[in-house]
Design a protein around this ligand. Sequence first.
Ligand SMILES: [Zn+2]
Ligand SMILES: [Zn+2]
Length: 154
Amino acid sequence: MEAPDSSMTPQTKARTIEQALRKRGVRWTNQRQAIIEALVGTDRHLTAEELLAEAREVDPSVSAPTVYRTLHLLVEASLVSKRVFQGDSACYEVLLGKGHHHHLIDVENGNIIEFTDEALDALLDKFAAQHGYRIACHKVELFAVPIDKKDTSS
Ligand SMILES: [Zn+2]
Ligand SMILES: [Zn+2]
């Protein structure tokens, strides 16, 4: 786990996102406000369904189509990243205040651990260079099962 820009409070993130969307001509509504508050209030990688449930805690009138539309706008504005880790459902995570990081996904319970490794990034750059490329961006996603402690205790 990393804590890149801890100076960005959820309130700051929510305001930054609101301003960015307003600049793109998005009408600001109580529903959108509730969705953004739910989104910045967690460090987890939420599915749209989970976000809908969280947003309804803030404002019960939030509808599923609004959640999907808002997420789409946020991804287009590069404020949120959309990833499909497992199965069919995409996970969303706010990029503001977060540096580049990798993901380890527990395939049994869906837990996600974030990590960074400069040596690994350097290795990937070197590999690309060996093939005549410069990496524009990269993703590292490890799908993992917990190590059975009984196996290692002997
Ligand atoms: Zn992440
Ligand atoms: Zn990396």
